[in-house]
Design a protein around this ligand. Structure first.
Ligand SMILES: [Zn+2]
Length: 199
């Protein structure tokens, strides 16, 4: 092989045959020439995307781990660009229309305001909220039929900048001084996302 030929050829990565320098495939053994990215462009992009996804996941879990979970009743909590606040707490023994709370119990009506400051539509649901009492019992809301039932929080969606306010009722032993309202961003999680301790 002369010098001129040497600059125009390269060795196949697989069978070592001299092949044209610009060949991407060996004419002899059909082996693909080039580095990993050139040989597997789709796989390479795929791996990059997985990498980005993993970094995003790690950043998210660091954010979640550093997120403050415990608040006082008057604190406004911002979680994933959504503002949550308690605007009223009312205790009553009267289930206004039909009956009263059982002896020794009262209804705790907690009004919650949700403001969607994120740029995407979000869902809200009564089942995302639970109350834990001094006995360590954590429960979903109780049935309450009052003449202001239209002001209860239901479920729905909120557009960006949307606001909803409504109350949720729990039946608790009278004068429990350690009531906490807990928010679960996923109602099937066992760990609460954040909680307010009621005054
Ligand atoms: Zn070859």
């Amino acid at each position: 092989m002369n010098e001129a030929n040497k600059n125009l050829t390269k060795k196949c990565q697989y069978c070592q045959t001299d092949i044209p320098i610009k060949a991407t495939k060996c004419p002899n053994c059909y082996g693909k020439q080039g580095n990993f990215i050139q040989k597997h462009p789709v796989l390479f992009v795929f791996l990059i995307l997985i990498g980005i996804g993993m970094i995003g996941g790690i950043i998210n879990s660091i954010k979640k781990a550093n997120f403050q979970k415990d608040y006082k009743q008057l604190d406004v909590v911002t979680y994933e660009d959504v503002k949550y606040s308690i605007t009223n707490v009312e205790k009553t023994e009267k289930d206004t229309i039909y009956s009263n709370a059982p002896s020794g119990y009262e209804y705790v009506k907690v009004t919650i305001k949700i403001e969607n400051k994120s740029n995407k539509k979000i869902s809200y649901n009564t089942y995302n909220y639970k109350m834990i009492n001094a006995d360590g019992q954590e429960t979903s809301s109780d049935v309450y039929i009052g003449d202001d039932s239209d002001k209860q929080l239901h479920s729905g969606k909120l557009e960006p900048d949307g606001i909803v306010e409504g109350y949720i009722v729990w039946k608790q032993k009278k004068e429990d001084s350690n009531l906490r309202v807990r928010f679960y961003d996923n109602m099937f999680n066992s760990e609460y996302t954040f909680q307010w301790t009621l005054d």
